[in-house]
Design a protein around this ligand. Structure first.
Ligand SMILES: [Zn+2]
Ligand SMILES: [Zn+2]
Length: 282
């Protein structure tokens, strides 16, 4: 039985499922990439995903880790891999140890500490790259990118045997090619993410925009969250084809959020935007 209904989006052949309301729960999974950004309360639908990419330790984003590990163990799955900011690994191990004592069963875990600039391999051609965010100590975001090789233009017209011959001679005939598929910002204030080319060029951007009303700008600042004014400024500098907004506040009704978004964004950006919580399947 599903724990609760999740939002569902499909972009080309990539599904994005999850739930994201500020202070309540944030979990965003992309099953085809085998990654789940943050884990929320570990809804049933994401348990079989093998890579959990945690952005920071706030309860609404991270509470589900012990349940995820325990349930995978219980159902005979491997522990999977949980990537998390390095400074969180100690407390995460303490929680898992405490649950082992509470539950009476060992909870196997594979925790990997990350910091800005790190890269981690998910599948043979699929990697995640870690970048800094401005939210809590050590908080990070993740880009998932595909790495391919592209034959150099001067060799493009060669036949198979000619290519084999060049390779035998040790000649490098390919250029490395990176295709950023998705960037997940997690919770963050705006920092100039346009400095990072792989964020600018990610096909999909999943970004928090928590607050919308003018009188909420102080709350955004205090909690280190994005206000619509900051968000509008940020996305003008990026080139993402699809922009998914997560972490919306419960203080503003969805219909007002929709209206404010339309007013604040240029038409060209507005048409690329999807409000994640508009896509809940009932
Ligand atoms: Zn949050
Ligand atoms: Zn947070």
């Amino acid at each position: 039985m599903p724990s609760h209904n999740l939002a569902q989006i499909k972009i080309d052949d990539l599904e994005i499922i999850g739930y994201s309301v500020a202070g309540e729960e944030t979990v965003v999974a992309m099953p085809q990439l085998d990654v789940c950004f943050d884990i929320g309360k570990a809804p049933h639908q994401i348990i079989s995903i093998n890579h959990i990419l945690l952005t920071h330790g706030h309860m609404d984003h991270a509470a589900g880790i012990a349940y995820y590990l325990s349930h995978r163990n219980f159902s005979g799955q491997s522990p999977g891999t949980i990537l998390a900011p390095k400074n969180l690994l100690g407390p995460m191990r303490e929680i898992i140890d405490a649950w082992t004592r509470l539950d009476g069963n060992k909870v196997p875990a594979n925790l990997v500490g990350v910091k800005a600039g790190d890269e981690y391999q998910i599948k043979p051609n699929l990697f995640t790259r870690v970048f800094p965010t401005k939210h809590s100590k050590g908080s990070v975001g993740y880009t998932v990118l595909e790495k391919r090789k592209k034959i150099k233009s001067e060799y493009a017209k060669l036949t198979g045997p000619q290519i084999v011959e060049l390779k035998k001679q040790g000649i490098e005939i390919d250029n490395p090619l990176e295709i950023p598929i998705v960037t997940y910002l997690g919770d963050t204030q705006n920092v100039d993410f346009s400095q990072l080319k792989y964020i600018v060029e990610s096909k999909i951007l999943i970004a928090e925009c928590t607050f919308y009303e003018t009188e909420h700008s102080g709350r955004a600042e205090a909690g280190r969250h994005m206000h619509i004014n900051e968000f509008a400024e940020l996305i003008e500098k990026l080139q993402n084809e699809h922009i998914i907004i997560t972490h919306t506040t419960q203080r503003t009704p969805m219909r007002d959020i929709r209206r404010i978004l339309k007013e604040a964004l240029s038409p060209e950006k507005y048409k690329r935007v999807i409000l994640f919580m508009d896509k809940i399947r009932r």
